[in-house]
Design a binder for this molecule. Sequence first.
Ligand code: OXD
Length: 308
Amino acid sequence: MAILVLSSPLPAQPFVDALRALAPGIPVWSEADDPPAEKVEALLAWRLKPGTVPRYPKLRVLCSVGAGAEKLLVEDVPDHVSVTRVVDPLQAQEIAQYVLACTLRFTRELPLYEQQQSRAEWRRHPVRPASRCRVGLLGLGAVGQAVARAFAPLGYEVSAWVRRGREWPGVQVFSGTDGLHRLLARSDILVCTLPLTADTRGLLDAATLRRLPRGAVLVNVGRGEHLVEADLRLLLDEGHLAGAALDVFEREPPKPEHWIWRHPRVLATPHIAAQASTETVAQQCLDALQRARDGLPQPHAVDRRAGY
Ligand code: OXD
């Protein structure tokens, strides 16, 4: 059994080192090693092009290096190959910290006070009450739940939109198209934690964003492709949206000339809301390979029909 790391554009070496340290008896290669294709039983990857998987006839498992695995779902992955993603409770907690930090930055007017400080200006503004900071979550998976838990003690009302209705303590849950519209109408802060699927691609377009209350803020920690970036710009420039915190982009990194880097109401960060630790990624890949060899179900399997 052997593992091939194809983590580009992320550097492969840290994953190779972590896998070798955890399982010294298993051959681990990166692309640069030009490995013998017939020995590869597991691929650890971030994105794959069609044509890659059929090169490895003994492949059993395809492991994502990230929480999202949509870039591995190319059409030529045979049915007998399991696709898994990383599930790391620490990662969900770190994303929740990021969302909280971005939200409070806007709701507690930190950019305004930073500007005042640069002018040595002592000027107090009323604190925006929690009732005017209603938080709407798109998605209530592991990340959405961590975000909901982080907001709970702060007095902000939290609602969520989910694919299938379910109860969640302290969170008002909506589903369906009508539910989405109701959630948007009551979200002063809209947080996208959705997986990227055919149904969610482009969901955050002008029509959706316009349903938010005037002055709302968008926080996107899902995928760049959820958002139609040109539509966001329109709504920011019209003043309908007060701001956006974006950790993911249609193209990563955005080109240096992209408007998003310089817009005064955008906080743009380089996909750092959270990173699963290399050891966790490596351990989960080894576990997935062992389970695939033993014919056991994968706890972190991607449902290919659902797309996540
Ligand atoms: C992701 C990750 O899937 O960073 O975006 O893990």
